[in-house]
Design a protein around this ligand. Structure first.
Ligand code: PMP
Length: 418
């Protein structure tokens, strides 16, 4: 239960929370507690103001015209690319491709490698991946007749590193694509080790940072990952914008898979040549306002302090874990060595949809479903769905308490005998 320290901590964060007016409302005449941040985060006023300012003062298509407004718009867009590069520790902005989101980034990467490698295509993913980091690789392998395999987990929900080493040795060399943080178990994968093991054997590594970009420090230079993807809407930015980062020399060796304006160098009836990265991969008008909004979100996280944000999110998650642990019959999925961002749970005899629906009526927004990770839920845990709670730094300990009260009430309705 809430201690004076936790209440004081909530009070300290109250000015930050004021940046997120959407949180301050009622649903079903109950105060909202939004605890579905792994699905999407809310945007602070600073981001909304940046987007509004762009449309009000400097909106024009980028990279095209000679007029002043287009110049301002292009400068803001390219400054956003610089911000993203800095944020993830990349030395060059040429490594940053703007996409529609993580799913788009991973599909693009899988298709580019499919074109480059053909029948020798080989992808290795873990069993805990989101469908976005599973199906694109599986499909590319199917189309090329190449290889697709999965790394098993141990009983705790961590990647089995011995099995991983064996697979790297046995399979045709290709690409390993793993989540930094699982959107179901919250497992924080030991990326440095995973990457080093792959590189020692000549494999490339792609990191799905959709869930980690907000909680963990992501430094592509220190990690030495070859590719990294994330979405704006999970890191306080707008929807419809995401990033694919790749080492510049690797990107320039990859064939583009979408064609049109801006990505070309010369176009003749006899043939077309392409720009170098990143423009080579941004066919058509990019979502420049989304990119500018995303950069404002990353700036805001830097302003708050990334470590301070991570510490607050870890504290909220630990508290939620402790409180969930007090509920009889409730199982938290996985006991990974390090967890961030999410807690998924099931309660014997109660359907997760019933839990989430009843909690919703009490003002508490959580997620129920297969969490877009059917291989993990079905094949490892023999479940079809779970409930998931995912706090962000702007949530409060008081909201977690309210969520637990609501959960207990929901369970008393669903299993009155207990
Ligand atoms: N990977 C992970 C780990 C995710 O959690 C998600 C979103 N839930 C995605 C990929 C896909 O992100 P998006 O829907 O923004 O493309």
């Amino acid at each position: 239960m809430l201690t004076p320290e936790l209440i004081a901590s909530d009070n300290d964060w109250a000015p930050v929370r004021m940046q997120f007016p959407i949180l301050d409302q009622e649903v079903f005449k109950k105060p909202l507690a939004y605890l579905d941040n792994a699905a999407t985060t809310q945007m602070p006023l600073r981001v909304l103001d940046t987007i509004r300012h762009h449309y009000l003062e400097q909106n024009a298509n980028v990279h095209r015209a000679t007029h002043e407004l287009s110049g301002r718009s292009t400068n803001a867009f390219e400054a956003a690319r610089d911000t993203v590069a800095r944020y993830i520790g990349s030395k060059s902005s040429n490594t940053i491709i703007f996409t529609r989101g993580t799913t788009d980034s991973l599909n693009m990467l899988a298709q580019m490698l499919e074109r480059k490698w053909g029948a020798s295509f080989s992808a290795l993913v873990s069993t805990l991946e989101h469908h976005s980091n599973f199906v694109p690789w599986q499909q590319a392998a199917r189309r090329t007749g190449g290889s697709f395999a999965t790394i098993p987990l141990d009983a705790q929900g961590d990647i089995d590193l011995d099995a991983y080493a064996k697979l790297l040795d046995e399979l045709p060399v290709g690409i390993v694509s793993v989540a930094h943080v699982s959107n179901v178990l919250g497992t924080v994968n030991p990326l440095a080790q995973i990457i080093e093991m792959a590189h020692q054997r000549g494999w490339l590594v792609s990191v799905d940072a959709a869930q980690s970009i907000r909680h963990e420090r992501v430094d592509v230079a220190a990690l030495d990952c070859d590719f990294l993807s994330f979405s704006g809407h999970k890191t306080l930015g707008p929807t419809g914008i995401g990033v694919l980062h790749g080492k510049e020399e690797l990107l320039n060796e990859l064939p583009p898979v979408a064609f049109g304006g801006e990505m070309v160098d010369t176009v003749r009836t006899s043939g077309t040549t392409f720009e170098s990265a990143p423009l080579r991969f941004e066919a058509g008008t990019p979502n420049y306002v989304g990119a500018i909004g995303l950069a404002a979100a990353l700036d805001y996280l830097e302003l708050l302090g990334r470590d301070v944000v991570a510490e607050r999110e870890h504290a909220l998650l630990d508290y939620a874990e402790q409180r969930l642990g007090e509920i009889p019959g409730l199982q938290i999925l996985g006991t990974p060595q390090k967890r961030a961002g999410v807690l998924s749970f099931s309660v014997e005899g109660v359907h997760p949809f019933d839990i989430a629906t009843l909690m919703d009526k009490m003002g508490i927004a959580i997620r129920a479903g297969n969490q877009c990770a059917q291989p993990l839920l079905n094949e490892v845990y023999s479940l079809s769905s779970v409930a998931r709670i995912s706090p962000a730094f702007y949530n409060t300990f008081e909201e977690i308490d309210r969520a637990i009260d609501a959960l207990e009430r929901a369970l008393s309705i669903c299993r009155p005998a207990l």
